[in-house]
Design a protein around this ligand. Structure first.
Ligand code: ADP
Ligand code: MG
Length: 322
């Protein structure tokens, strides 16, 4: 379990990037969802031992992460948002180089380990190809290969799906899901779909504060009978936007199909209630800073039925790290 308490980060400026974050992240996949500038990368770099917080504490499985950042860096997996590549190297050479930097060794030797890892992320076929020729998805998979070297119990991935096309994203989803079966995987993203597909639990961060800690189902349920859809002409849009919480507009045959949030649950004329989406919940959160009706859930409690594979695993059932 990763336990974050009272985490504050003020950059020179001053920029208050994190304004007191408290969060418990259990084994499995956990999403950190928020827009650009919300503080996601700042949080992840602190967790990875690469950035010192202004105040607060971070513990992983009881160990103080901030006391010995170098030890943490060796024992966790981290895929930064801006993962650098040496384009002239082959995938195999690049990974080997990263393993050396990370200080990962294997009784069977680095070559065998590199091969195993490439196999694991489905890149064995491209081991000899230069990284320059890799697609975005292949690069991210190589990034995951170095992150999981040494079999870390905690893997942190910062916006790994940004810039992937739909097919690559789907492939990457499968890889992440496999990883999360045995470890804590903390995934940051600004893409709501990532959370909807992957995360039995997630937190939403805005302006350096967590504004929700919930499950996709609970977030949608909080908006039941409060999301309405209707079609309006472009001329009506400005007034609608000024007076209502619009969560989505789609142009359809020259008219706007609009979704909006009505806190009192009263449909505007010509609108009808629709099933809330996670996107609706996210947009309401961004606008209001809270999701009325969604109680903060205890992230350590068992997940909702059918929502996750977490139920089958506890740190105890997974055994100790080698
Ligand atoms: P996110 O990853 O969610 O986009 P970041 O953690 O990168 O957010 O940034 C959070 C805030 O901190 C932003 O306002 C950003 O401009 C600011 N920030 C990030 N890094 C620095 C830095 N090194 N110095 C000053 N401000 C920074
Ligand atoms: Mg970022």
């Amino acid at each position: 379990m990763l336990s974050i308490r009272g985490l504050v980060k003020v950059y020179p400026g001053p920029v208050a990037a994190l304004q007191g974050v408290d969060l418990d992240v259990p084994v499995g996949m956990f999403g950190l969802l928020g827009p650009n500038g919300a503080g996601k990368s700042t949080l992840m770099r602190i967790l990875a031992g690469l950035l010192e917080p202004t105040s607060g504490s971070v513990r992983f499985d009881g160990k103080d992460v901030l006391a010995d950042p170098a030890a943490v860096r060796r024992t966790l997996g981290y895929l930064p948002q801006d993962f650098g590549f040496y384009p002239h190297l082959s995938g195999e050479q690049m990974l080997r180089h990263l393993l050396v930097l990370k200080g990962v060794t294997s009784p069977r030797g680095l070559k065998a380990l590199t091969g195993d890892l490439l196999e694991r992320v489905n890149l064995a076929f491209a081991a000899k190809r230069s990284v320059k020729s890799y697609s975005g998805g292949m690069r991210q998979r190589l990034g995951i290969a170095q992150a999981i070297a040494g079999d870390p119990r905690l893997v942190i991935v910062d916006e790994p799906t940004a810039g992937l096309d739909p097919e690559e994203r789907l492939r990457f989803y499968h890889l992440l899901t496999e990883l999360a079966e045995q470890r804590t995987v903390l995934l940051s993203t600004h893409i709501v779909e990532d959370v909807a597909v992957l995360c039995p639990r997630f937190a939403v961060i805005r302006g350096g504060r967590l504004v929700a800690l919930t499950t996709p189902r609970a977030a949608r349920a909080a908006l039941q009978r409060r999301i309405f859809e209707g079609v309006v002409s472009p001329a009506d849009m400005p007034e609608l936007r000024a007076t209502r919480a619009v969560t989505q507009t789609l142009l359809v045959e020259g008219r706007h199909r609009v979704r909006l949030y009505e806190p009192e649950g009263r449909a505007p004329a010509g609108f009808e209630a629709v099933e809330p989406s996670l996107e609706d919940a996210y947009l309401v959160l961004m606008r209001l800073g809270e999701l009325p009706g969604a109680e903060l859930i205890d992230a350590t409690a068992p997940a909702e039925a059918g929502a996750s594979r977490l139920d089958a695993h506890t740190p105890e059932t997974l055994g100790a790290r080698p």
